[in-house]
Write a protein that binds this ligand. Structure first.
Ligand code: OGA
Ligand code: MN
Length: 296
């Protein structure tokens, strides 16, 4: 699909990349005139349809990127003290901070980066969760590690009707301590300040997208167990759904190009970083858009 929005000084089209997810916007320079309400709405529709939209070659400063993010809703930077950047709304993802200082893979920040290699949706450990994420490539190695995305709508639609019926009304408890435990982090690795704000939250296992009424699974590395079920049984179900939802036919692999600005819809997609241990620095600037209402 290609949707031309008439009457703008900047013609923008958004086209599917043809895979399980993913669309690309063309001829849209964020540093140009601000996006109109119609353009933002068309990006929202594309996100509800394709899950991710990439804007290529965006050499914009933090302020421009922030106003783009804020056009979608309230921006949310790092809530977790260990990764937050004191003087910015953005979090530096990758191997170095924005000044080029290398992260130590054994400290809390390094461990957060490692945890990005688990399939997750950003902010599912919050209620309301994070609705959208913007990730903007600043410094990429010569062969950048890709980021993978899973289509949890297609996964839901591919489940047998009997399974759908059994699981449709379940509630899931999400907890960041659970996802971090999976990579060997202990509660005491978090600062006291962080521990004081971490609370387990509940989300439906199956969510309905408000823009198109389509259902999807809502899973993440933070998804700990099923509310009201024995712990082990709930974890077994979540594990099998995670394996199902991340089968290759549901996955889109984003290959980063210089200055890609990628935006994605966390309500019906999961993503993960792929392992990178090369000698070249990698830095991307991250910012979320907060959901206004609790998940449903
Ligand atoms: C994130 C994330 C993946 C990557 O920034 O939320 O999961 O490839 N990043 O860095
Ligand atoms: Mn993430």
């Amino acid at each position: 699909m290609s949707s031309w929005i008439p009457g703008q000084s900047r013609p923008m089209s958004i086209s599917s990349m043809g895979g399980a997810l993913g669309a690309e916007a063309s001829d849209a320079d964020l540093a140009d005139v601000p996006f109109s309400r119609e353009e933002i709405d068309s990006i929202e529709v594309a996100l509800a349809t394709y899950g991710t939209v990439v804007f290529r070659k965006q050499r914009v400063r933090d302020e421009i990127r922030l106003s783009f993010v804020q056009a979608f809703g309230p921006a949310i930077g790092g809530r977790i003290q260990e990764i937050a950047d004191e003087d910015s709304q953005f979090v530096d993802v990758g191997t170095v901070d924005r000044h080029g200082n290398l992260y130590n893979s054994n400290d809390a920040r390094g461990m957060y980066m490692r945890a990005n290699e688990l399939w997750h949706t950003d902010g599912s450990h919050c209620q309301p969760p994070i609705r959208l994420t913007v990730l903007h490539a600043q410094v990429l190695p010569p062969e950048p590690p890709p980021t993978e995305f899973a289509n949890m709508r297609a996964a839901w639609e591919s489940l047998p009707a009997s399974t759908q019926k059994e699981i449709e009304h379940l509630q899931v408890e999400h907890n960041i301590l659970w996802s971090r435990q999976q990579i060997g982090m202990k509660p005491e690795d978090f600062s006291e300040q962080t521990r004081s704000v971490i609370r387990p939250v509940r989300h439906p296992l199956v969510r309905t997208h408000p823009l198109n009424g389509k259902k999807s699974l809502y899973l993440a590395s933070h998804a700990s167990h099923i509310v009201g079920w024995p712990l082990d049984e709930g974890r077994r179900l979540l594990k099998s759904l995670m394996e199902f939802a991340t089968r290759p036919e549901f996955v889109y692999i984003h290959h980063w190009q210089p200055h890609d600005l990628l935006i994605w819809d966390n309500r019906w997609t999961m993503h993960r970083a792929t392992t990178y241990s090369g000698p070249y620095p990698r830095n991307l600037r991250w910012c979320g858009v907060r959901e206004l209402e609790p998940s449903c």
